[in-house]
Design a protein. Structure first.
Length: 254
């Protein structure tokens, strides 16, 4: 069977007069976009522009909700009650949905600390799942492959896409290496392309400690704020397609 993978990227993370990333170029290579909803980055104007950009390129749109942490770009752990997280996610999903032509999202992928904390915090994971189910049970949750969060979401009846990261190092247990540690973000174009092909075609990745671990992924993420992200996106896509991998939106996989 021909391997298939969704290729996603975080976008719309500009704010006001401050522009971040090269969304207009990266959009040409991906199949799904995670749009910042104003809590860690983005604002109504950038949300509209990013959705319009995605729709022009036939790229599926998803929400990228975060803790309310503009100064920390949503990457700081926060002690937020599950009920509050649920409402924050619903709020951000609703805001982005209103900008879409079909008034519907393909997926939700939490951002930064919210995503990483949900991998280990069952109450937080459930709150995010409850938010999605309340808004639209057909929306796909994007969650870290191999995590308990995936199992929780499936048990709750959600459609789930297992995510691997092209440009992020992983620990031996499959979790992401914290950005505060050296080597957590992989910037070398050849290395990123090779590990992406290995993850998708062989279901394996080498941990930062040297162990080779197994994984299964439905979607592959590239961060738009990684240096050389446009070259990384181009190289990842061409390398995967050279191996016969089909790059398709999540809706065709999950």
């Amino acid at each position: 069977m021909t391997a298939r993978i969704d290729f996603n990227c975080d976008m719309g993370e500009s704010f006001g007069a401050y522009k971040m990333g090269q969304d207009e170029e990266i959009i040409k290579y991906i199949t799904s976009v995670n749009v910042a909803c104003g809590f860690h980055a983005g604002d109504p104007n950038w949300m509209r522009l990013t959705v319009e950009l995605a729709q022009y390129h036939n790229v599926a749109v998803g929400a990228h909700p975060s803790f309310p942490d503009l100064p920390g770009f949503g990457r700081r752990n926060m002690a937020v009650a599950p009920g509050e997280v649920k409402n924050d996610v619903i709020y951000q999903m609703g805001a982005l949905t209103a900008f879409t032509g079909a008034k519907k999202l393909q997926h939700v992928k939490p951002h930064g600390a919210m995503y990483n904390m949900a991998v280990r915090d069952e109450a937080l994971a459930r709150a995010i799942c409850e938010a999605i189910l309340e808004v639209d049970p057909e929306i796909i949750l994007v969650a870290l492959t191999g995590s308990k969060w995936v199992d929780i979401a499936r048990d709750m009846g959600l459609r789930v896409a297992r995510e691997a990261f092209a440009d992020r190092a992983v620990n031996a247990d499959g979790t992401l290496v914290p950005r505060s540690k050296p080597g957590s973000v992989i910037e070398d174009v050849d290395e990123v392309a090779l590990r992406s092909v290995k993850m998708v075609t062989k279901g394996k990745v080498t941990a930062i400690t040297g162990e080779e671990i197994a994984l299964s992924a439905d979607t592959l993420c590239l961060h738009g704020d990684t240096p050389n992200s446009v070259y990384l996106a181009s190289s990842i896509r061409s390398s995967l397609e050279a191996q016969g991998v089909q790059i398709v939106p999540l809706g065709q996989i999950v």
